[in-house]
Design a protein around this ligand. Structure first.
Ligand code: SAM
Ligand code: SF4
Ligand code: SF4
Length: 271
């Protein structure tokens, strides 16, 4: 890995998430990236746009502390292996991660295995109950293939948060950012403070809702700087006013269908 000298003109961005796929093979209730709402044949993000956006980001920021490539389930993208070197070349010093629910790890193809190793990627596995059932197989695959991974096998996910509320007068609601500001997302030239904002138009379109969408930052805006982006990322957006941190048991949809109440704690009161 090469090391780039710190650049006094470009600040460092602490954290970044990007999707390699919007869809998912598990479909958890209340997924904060709304993956269960994406069609099974939704096109995968474009490699060309991914490359262009990271190149632009590298002109604005000297480094990104951690980049987590995810989705959706990133291993559903058959070209996942082509995205990893692009991220690594754009930010040679970053802590590069591939975030997965683990279920497809044992069937990962050779190109992906090699790309993970060659680009010094750590695989973060979220330990859902179905993942936990396959934990030995998943770990054995990583170990046999020399892949660095982070898989907290003793901590199974049991709850997920429901992100939003319609009413803002309920004393039980906490308005603290449930992501603590550590979930900046980049897609098609726009940065969002969090995935809920980046993809909220998907929730709006699916259920006919009107959650506020403003607050995306155009990284191609004329004369924008990394410092200006950091200032804007630090500000609350309108959606934050409706964001709550209410936890519910983790569940996968299976044959059931997503409901608005999976994302909105007081959806029933509005009907
Ligand atoms: C959206 S997933 C994408 C990657 C992969 N499909 C996975 O689940 O690891 C990225 C991370 O967001 C977390 N996440 C998604 N929705 C959540 C929710 N409603 N509450 C808590 N964590 C959530 C997941 O557990 C995972 O660690
Ligand atoms: S595994 Fe669950 S959290 Fe991850 S993208 Fe799929 S639905 Fe969302
Ligand atoms: S909407 Fe605002 S408060 Fe909620 S997770 Fe996103 S940035 Fe945090």
């Amino acid at each position: 890995m090469s090391f780039r000298a710190a650049d006094p003109k470009r600040p460092s961005l602490f954290y970044l998430e990007m999707h390699l796929s919007d869809r998912c093979n598990l479909n958890c209730r209340s997924c904060s990236h709304y993956s269960p709402l994406f069609q099974k044949n939704a096109p995968h993000p474009s490699l060309r746009a991914f490359k262009k956006d990271l190149s632009r980001l590298a002109s604005l920021f000297s480094d990104v502390g951690k980049i987590r490539l995810m989705g959706g389930e990133p291993l559903l993208n058959p070209k996942a292996h082509k995205f990893l070197p692009v991220a690594r070349k754009s930010f040679p010093n970053t802590d590069l991660r591939l975030v997965t629910n683990g279920l497809l790890v044992p069937t990962m193809n050779r190109a992906t295995v090699e790309s993970i190793r060659n680009n010094e990627v750590t695989v973060d596995v979220s330990n859902y109950p179905p993942t936990s059932e396959k934990k030995d197989e998943i770990k054995a695959f990583f170990e046999a293939n020399g892949i660095t991974y982070n898989f907290k096998t003793n901590r199974v996910v049991t709850t997920f948060f429901k992100p939003f509320a319609l009413r803002l007068d309920n004393a039980d609601f906490s308005y603290e950012c449930p992501s603590a500001g550590f979930c900046v997302n980049l897609r098609n030239g726009k940065l969002a403070k969090c995935p809920m904002l980046m993809h909220v138009n998907t929730l709006n379109a699916h259920f006919g809702m009107h959650f506020p969408t403003e607050g995306l930052i155009d990284i191609y805006e004329n004369e924008i700087t990394g410092d200006e982006i950091l200032v804007r990322l630090g500000k609350k957006v309108a959606l934050c006013e409706q964001c709550v941190n209410v936890r519910a048991p983790w569940e996968a949809y299976g044959k059931s269908v997503p409901q608005i109440s999976d994302w909105v704690v007081d959806a029933d009161s509005a009907q």
